[in-house]
Design a protein around this ligand. Structure first.
Ligand code: ARG
Length: 588
């Protein structure tokens, strides 16, 4: 469907042409004086020079041509030559009817659908999830949904950190604690036990302990590196232990992500591409892309136009061990081979920007990707506490994601049960749904690349630019619709009607912005545009609601029109929050 502004502009362009002027002058934009008009056109000002005419004269001539317009109810030429515009109610109603009939509310699906891989989440196996992982999960999930909605084929890959030193650390610590475990017996040739020799809570305690020890003790660290190397080179017992670590950890991760309403199509990780590394290395050497530098294998990626130093991309360390780079490049190779995407988007902390610059350049230079394959880095900022420093627990430690979510759920529960009696189970469920909206909206309403302050009190508020406010608005609409049905009204076949009040028209005009907003959100990979839109939409709805006695209306036809408007508003709001990755309860 055409965007409303384009339709309006077309009408204006015809008028410019009919008055003998260049039609390009007829571009219409949203009014920046909403107190005076809904839209405006500054074309007469722009044309004054070319036509050596006072802009007000041009504006007057154009306005005359629009006297019988089906689009405009009011076209005023005002000094020095602006065209202030209002659109006809029927024109808006018509537009909304078409939106309602379209399953994407007027957003045109991509004409050439792309295949897009989104690399997000990126948790590290056996390390507890912390708030840093929260952003990647929230933003990545939303971007996945937005692109799917726009008609692209999207594959979300969690890209587990499951192959690095943390695995060696855990194995080392396990060996210290349980040296007799069969996994450490080099002569053992039988089948290893099916049951893991630890639980998730043990695992979560083992890693921090090991990590701390390795920082204090050189020898311990050396042992962990040795264990990592043995694991990577395929020592049976180590691989078997690693499989246990992975299984236990992934089960826990799945539960955590499920609570966040985040899900991945692929649960691959750094380890998935381990076997591809030798071939990739050979390819880079044979192609003459890589060179040896101080024993390590590197690919130069600096370019003449660089204004800052871009170090070479290291493929193998001097001891032959692979690095973060190596698995990322091999993953690109694998994705190209198995998925052949048009685009890969990485949703990672923006502090990794330089790293990804190196990886992308290396992938291009070594032709791991096609020239037209797009590699995009979507770096997000830090989530800070109220003190403006990276978010911590009250004691100053790293906040575990699970505890953070628990805390917010609890706060929300208190809020919901504050002044009323709600059944415990329902209240808990509702609290969880609303709390998730608070966290996700609090994050997504900021431009991803910016740091933001995680302010629980503000985020859980039912007023202001928050997730709970949006949900509250949706629930309000649902409740009106339910009452309408209880009064015997039917929502079947209700039709939108022309606005009869200013607030109703304002709501309708707000709704019309959906497709242009979505286009921008897709194009700029910007979920915050959806947040801004639904906040405006919710405000417009609430103003209309406060000024309109919907349920008490005697004129049943008029009431039906409002019911249709409510349904459309609700459907769009719910579609939008789904794109952001949360949902609304029935009551709250
Ligand atoms: N596991 C990494 C971390 O915690 C993030 C992974 C990002 N994705 C990637 N392909 N490197 O920092």
């Amino acid at each position: 469907m055409k965007k409303l502004l384009d339709l309006i502009s077309e009408e204006m362009q015809q008028a410019f042409e009919a008055a003998g002027y260049d039609k390009e002058l007829g571009k219409v934009s949203l009014s920046n004086r909403p107190d005076l008009c809904e839209y405006q056109c500054n074309g007469a000002m722009a044309g004054a020079k070319k036509y050596k005419k006072a802009p007000i004269m041009i504006a007057n001539e154009v306005a005359e041509k629009l006297a019988d317009s089906k689009v405009f109810s009011d076209v005023s030429a005002v000094a020095p030559g602006f065209l202030n515009l209002k659109v006809k109610e029927a024109f808006v109603t018509d537009y909304l009817r078409n939106m309602r009939a379209d399953k994407k509310f007027g957003l045109e699906e991509a004409k050439e659908p792309k295949k897009i891989v989104i690399d997000y989440g990126g948790p590290n196996v056996a390390k507890p999830l912390h708030v840093g992982h929260l952003r990647s999960a929230i933003i990545g999930e939303s971007i996945k949904r937005i692109n799917r909605f726009a008609g692209h084929e999207v594959i979300g890959d969690i890209h587990l950190g499951d192959w690095g030193l943390q695995m060696g650390l855990i194995i080392t610590e396990l060996q210290k604690r349980q040296p007799d475990l069969i996994y450490f017996d080099e002569n053992f040739e039988g089948d290893y036990p099916k049951e893991p020799p630890f639980t998730i809570s043990e695992l979560e305690e083992i890693y921090p302990t090991a990590s701390k020890k390795s920082k204090e003790d050189e020898n311990y660290k050396a042992e962990a590196m040795e264990a990592t190397f043995k694991l990577q080179s395929g020592v049976r017992g180590y691989r078997a232990l690693w499989n246990h670590i992975l299984a236990v950890s992934v089960a826990d991760l799945k539960r955590n992500y499920e609570n966040l309403n985040v899900d991945f199509d692929l649960w691959k990780g750094e380890s998935s591409v381990h076997d591809l590394i030798p071939d990739m290395v050979a390819y880079m050497k044979d192609g003459g892309y890589a060179r040896i530098s101080e024993g390590a294998l590197v690919v130069d990626v600096k370019e003449e136009t660089d204004t800052k130093e871009i170090p070479p991309c290291m493929i193998l360390k001097s001891d032959g061990a692979s690095l973060y780079n190596t698995t990322d490049l091999a993953t690109i190779m694998e994705r190209m081979k198995e998925i052949n995407p048009d685009e890969i988007i990485y949703v990672v902390d923006k502090r990794q920007e330089l790293y990804f610059e190196q990886v992308f350049r290396c992938a291009r230079k070594t032709k791991l990707v096609k020239p037209e394959t797009e590699l995009k880095f979507l770096g997000f900022g830090t989530m800070n506490g109220k003190d403006g420093k990276p978010f911590k627990t009250r004691e100053g430690g790293v906040m575990r994601l699970e505890n953070l979510i628990k805390e917010i759920n609890e706060e929300m529960y208190k809020k919901i049960t504050e002044n009323r009696t709600v059944e415990e189970e329902e209240a808990r469920k509702t609290a969880q749904v609303v709390a998730l909206s608070a966290v996700k909206y609090g994050d997504l309403s900021n431009q991803a690349s910016k740091d933001y302050i995680f302010d629980i009190d503000r985020f859980i508020s039912f007023e202001g630019d928050t997730g709970p406010y949006i949900l509250y608005t949706i629930v309000r609409i649902k409740s009106i619709l339910n009452k309408y049905k209880e009064q015997g009204g039917s929502i079947e076949g209700v039709e939108l009607q022309d606005a009869v009040s200013e607030s109703e028209k304002a709501l309708m005009l707000e709704i019309t912005k959906f497709n242009s907003m979505m286009e921008a959100a897709v194009e700029e990979i910007a979920p915050h545009k959806i947040c801004a839109y639904i906040y405006d939409l919710a405000n417009a709805f609430n103003r209309f609601y406060h000024e309109t006695k919907i349920l008490a209306e005697e004129d049943k036809e008029k009431q039906k029109g409002w019911v249709a408007l409510l349904i459309l508003t609700r459907d769009i709001l719910e579609t939008c929050i789904d794109l952001l990755g949360f949902s609304a309860p029935e009551r709250m």
